[in-house]
Write a protein that binds this ligand. Structure first.
Ligand code: NAP
Length: 267
């Protein structure tokens, strides 16, 4: 055990992502998992959900009490859009830095978090995608967007994902638009036989969301030019792909100031 291990609490510890975070933090020699919060597992030993997790942790259903009891330095949150803002507020109020992977936060939410971080002088890193490959995919898509006038995004996720489109798809569209000196060209249709057939639109980019078993998190960016298309695709085959990014964020967050948005800011 290292002298100065980072003390980590995982919020959403019994969820699909949370279980991987528990495993990754438990295995990291420079980290100590001190708390786990999730109403889904309240009162149960954490090892019922993650057999390789620490044996002495009981899952708590109440974040404020767990923060008080376990005294973490960092909260990692992979919960739901409905609760994430309350969780961030509770952690920042307790002086605990945040690493947040939960998606579905709006631009207004981000402004609120930024204000809270500044007033509490506690850092928070929010990343809609912790996968290194997905971040490279966004970077390449932004680069290509400078040279193609037409683009659409198809994102594919597992059937349990509650928000659509994915935070990654929205961020990709924003980065692509920002990389251009004029807007992308949208192709509107005048007779959609089914409402929503052309997907949702952000920055003139149509985004199509597929939800079904068999997928973890995939995204394809299709760019159209005269007589050619370019496809940039990222495929996650396991949620483990997010863990190197999560651990990197945990190791760096205490050095950050205010709100930092996006893994690329620390890569
Ligand atoms: P999930 O399996 O539904 O897990 C969410 C967990 O949070 C559930 O166990 C849920 O319990 C629990 N929860 C609900 N309210 C809570 C609260 N107040 N405090 C603590 N825990 C609470 O979802 P997931 O697939 O792990 O995804 C979680 C989030 O991460 C989603 O927003 C997803 O889009 C996002 N995500 C981000 C990345 C990234 O790289 N940034 C990658 C993958 C997924 P109940 O079941 O009882 O509600």
């Amino acid at each position: 055990m290292l002298d100065e291990q980072l003390r980590i609490l995982v919020s959403g510890a019994c969820g699909r992502m949370g279980q991987f975070v528990v495993e990754a933090v438990t295995e990291a020699p420079d980290m100590e998992l001190v708390g786990a919060v999730d109403p889904a597992g309240q009162g149960h030993p954490l090892t019922e959900f993650v057999p390789t997790g620490p044996e002495d942790i009981t899952v708590s259903g109440h974040l404020v009490a767990a923060l008080e009891e376990s005294q973490p330095q960092i909260m990692v949150d992979f919960t739901t859009p409905a609760v994430v803002m309350d969780n961030i507020e509770a952690a920042l109020n307790a002086g605990v830095a945040c690493v947040v992977g939960t998606t579905g936060l709006s631009a207004t939410d981000l402004r609120v978090v930024q204000k809270m971080c500044n007033s509490k002088q506690v850092p928070c890193l929010i990343a809609p995608n912790f996968s290194i490959g997905a971040n490279l995919m966004m970077k390449f898509a932004a680069e290509a967007a400078g040279m193609f006038d037409y683009a659409e995004i198809i994102e594919r996720h597992h059937e349990g994902k509650v928000d659509a489109p994915s935070g990654t798809a929205l961020t990709t569209a924003e980065k692509m638009a920002a990389a251009r000196d004029k807007p992308l060209r949208e192709v509107p249709t005048s007779h959609d036989k089914l409402p929503g057939s052309r997907g949702g639109v952000n920055q003139r980019i149509h985004i199509h969301s597929v939800r079904m078993p068999g997928y973890v998190a995939n995204q394809e960016v299709v760019l159209g030019g005269t007589g050619e298309t370019l496809k940039i695709e990222h495929v996650s085959t396991s949620r483990q792909c997010f863990m190197p990014g999560v651990l990197l964020a945990i190791r760096q967050v205490l050095e950050l100031e205010g709100l930092v948005y996006g893994l690329e800011e620390i890569l």
